[in-house]
Design a protein around this ligand. Structure first.
Ligand SMILES: Nc1ncnc2c1ncn2[C@@H]1O[C@H](COP(=O)(O)OP(=O)(O)OP(=O)(O)O)[C@@H](O)[C@H]1O
Ligand SMILES: [Mg+2]
Length: 248
């Protein structure tokens, strides 16, 4: 079964003072297999965030259908199985990580007991052990990204949507995030993430979809697509070398 199935999704915006409509998504079809990691690839302005907003019900598509685990989405409760990390999350500086997660848990209508249980598990999963009580204003970009990811996981979602999760992270932060994503997959979760950092994508995804000019131009198993399209695979040993040097 598909965790996410998008059919003929179209979205246009009225973009200037003449009220002319610009078509951003043009009959986008996306199929995300349950339990897989799906990389949603596209240049700046391709429409990745717009697609994600449609999935989350944050913007209304012109037409198209979106199914989650076989069920068409309509009301907000249909999307309860989604965890989401936005592209530019907003955090309350004067809350600590634990309080931030408690707030997200409350917004997901979790009981205090459940919040406590989930927080303990997630803090450790995202590598924030020992930092639970530190105010977020003292967090680095990498640590904030972990908090964002933790927030996305509070309700134990089956589908985790991450918009540009690797942006702004250093090589170690990216390696750790890749490992977290892989461990979520090992738990049976489905992960759908957008990025244009090809290297990270290539290292973890099962499937990719490429969004170009509002259309999916390629979708499928990375292995099959790369074999067909890339004659000389890029050697990424620089990252290995750099990581080794840092750990010395
Ligand atoms: N609310 C809006 N009103 C008008 N135009 C919008 C709106 N939201 C997005 N757009 C336009 O839609 C296009 C796609 O934007 P979107 O944010 O989805 O791209 P993206 O693929 O996520 O890009 P990036 O990689 O930079 O995050 C852009 O041209 C953007 O200006
Ligand atoms: Mg975006």
């Amino acid at each position: 079964m598909n965790a996410l199935e998008i059919k003929a999704l179209s979205k246009s915006f009225r973009s200037n003072f003449l009220y002319k409509k610009t078509s951003i998504l043009k009959n986008v079809d996306i199929n995300v297999n349950k339990g897989s990691i799906y990389g949603f690839l596209g240049l700046n302005g391709a429409g990745k965030t717009t697609t994600i907003k449609c999935i989350l019900g944050l913007t209304r598509p012109d037409h198209g259908t979106i199914r989650l685990f076989g069920k068409e989405t309509g009301k907000a409760s249909d999307r309860a199985s989604i965890g989401f990390l936005p592209e530019s999350p907003y955090y309350y500086d004067y809350l600590n990580a634990k309080e931030t997660l408690a707030l997200s848990g409350k917004l997901s209508s979790l009981s205090n007991e459940k919040i406590k249980e989930r927080t303990a598990k997630i803090i450790s999963l995202v590598g924030l052990d020992g930092k639970e009580d530190l105010l977020l204003k003292k967090f680095s970009k990498g640590m904030l990204q972990r908090v964002g990811l933790a927030q996305a996981l509070i309700n134990d979602p089956d589908l985790i949507i991450l918009d540009e999760p690797f942006s702004g992270l250093d090589p170690i932060g990216r390696k750790e995030l890749r490992d977290i994503i892989l461990s979520l997959k090992a738990e049976g979760k489905t992960i759908f993430f957008s990025s244009h950092i090809l290297q990270d994508m290539e290292l973890i995804v099962d499937d990719i979809g490429i969004l170009m000019n509002g259309k999916i131009t390629k979708e499928g198993k990375l292995k099959d697509l790369v074999k067909k399209t890339i004659k000389h695979p890029v050697d990424y040993s620089l990252e290995d070398l750099f990581l080794k040097e840092i750990k010395k």
